[in-house]
Design a protein around this ligand. Structure first.
Ligand SMILES: Cc1cc2nc3c(=O)[nH]c(=O)nc-3n(C[C@H](O)[C@H](O)[C@H](O)COP(=O)(O)OP(=O)(O)OC[C@H]3O[C@@H](n4cnc5c(N)ncnc54)[C@H](O)[C@@H]3O)c2cc1C
Length: 333
């Protein structure tokens, strides 16, 4: 049995001080991912700093530096986030992405920050008897040539081919969310798009955060009421399953032309993949099936697949096309 210290700080500042002064310390929120990792031997912290009772559980409209934002506290539970009236009405993509994750019970427990920082579900990462560069740098990647169905098709490296598991992160990437972080040097903001990273030769680092950085909130720039959005997830069963592929999209039409479109994909890379080439190809044109398919193919030009992942190309193309055609139909109605 390993000794494990448990601390419950009174403030976010105290939490950061505790983790920055203990190299083996980790934040604990809902525990639905981290506690599993303690049991599996994937994580072995010396100190758990429980931040789940810090008062970071409001959802409120506030004035940000660049206009109004919806500020979501780091400890807002996934269920509460998905049910919030402003999230449902103005950011359906975020509500739907959240509801697409896990199960009702887990969403009651899971927090906004914990969801974004959950770790990969790669079977080799979670099985400590196998080689995994993410869990133990330098040991190799068992997923290369192994069970590949969930592997990345974009931005992978020779060191790691896994995908990021969070549905919420994909929804947030499509609405240009910003993450508010408290670190040893004070507060800063990071674009959600820059929070997670591609594996390169350091797959052990999922994000650009330092170990003691505490997420305190996520901010969503308020969207105008004629922007529609949604989330589509393809998975093996209707609930309690991670994405094979997912698509988060927002669309604002100007007549029959695309005024603004934002597309993020899940299940394809080590981070939520913002499909900026596809967005550029579609902006100013119509949402027709052939145009969307061509735009998706432009984005997927750098995709690499093998026998295990080849199916994802068609799945991304079809799911994106269906999602945008539906949104355009909704806009025109
Ligand atoms: C069976 C099952 C199925 C699931 N299916 C899905 C799914 O389909 N889609 C999906 O998206 N998710 C799914 N999940 C994952 C679930 O959503 C996550 O476990 C959950 O969101 C993690 O949140 P938490 O608050 O419990 O985090 P914790 O487990 O407490 O923490 C997770 C990580 O975040 C860090 N952390 C927590 N809070 C902060 C903070 N404020 N600042 C900095 N670091 C912090 C912790 O140190 C830890 O590294 C599933 C989980 C299970 C068990």
């Amino acid at each position: 049995m390993r000794a494990l210290d448990y601390r419950r700080p009174e403030s976010a500042q105290e939490a950061v001080e505790l983790v920055s002064s203990h190299p083996g310390a980790r934040y604990l929120a809902g525990g639905s991912n981290l506690v599993d990792h303690l049991k599996l031997g994937v994580a072995a912290p010396d100190v758990l700093v429980d931040v789940s009772r810090l008062p970071l559980d409001d959802v409120e409209e506030v004035e940000g530096e660049d206009g109004a934002v919806l500020r979501i506290g780091a400890n807002v539970r996934n269920s509460d986030l998905a049910a919030h009236p402003v999230v449902r009405s103005r950011f359906p993509v975020v509500a739907r992405a959240t509801l697409a994750g896990a199960s009702g019970q887990i969403r009651n427990q899971a927090t906004t920050a914990g969801n974004l920082l959950q770790r990969t579900r790669c079977v080799y990462f979670q099985d400590v008897t196998t080689a995994c560069n993410k869990r133990k740098p330098g040991t190799g990647c068992s997923a290369l040539g192994g069970y590949a169905r969930y592997n990345a098709i974009l931005g992978a490296s020779a060191h790691c081919v896994t995908t990021h598991p969070s549905d919420l992160a994909v929804g947030l990437a499509a609405v240009d969310a910003t993450v508010v972080v408290l670190g040893v040097e004070g507060e800063r903001r990071i674009r959600l798009e820059d929070l997670h990273r591609l594996p390169g030769d350091r797959p052990e680092a999922d994000t650009t955060l330092a170990a003691s950085d505490l997420i305190t909130a996520v901010e969503l720039p308020m969207v105008d009421t004629d922007t529609r959005s949604t989330y589509a997830k393809v998975r093996d069963r209707a609930s309690f399953a991670f994405a094979l592929v997912s698509v988060a999209a927002t669309l604002r039409m100007e007549g029959d032309r695309v005024g603004e479109v934002r597309i993020a994909w899940g299940g394809v890379a080590h981070k939520p993949w913002r499909a900026r080439r596809a967005e550029a190809a579609l902006t100013g044109g119509g949402i027709e099936e052939d145009a969307v398919r061509a735009a998706v193919d432009e984005e997927l030009a750098t995709a690499t697949t093998d026998d295990g992942t080849a199916y994802k190309v068609a799945m991304v193309r079809n799911t994106t096309t269906m999602t945008l055609l539906r949104l355009a139909g909704e806009v025109r109605r």
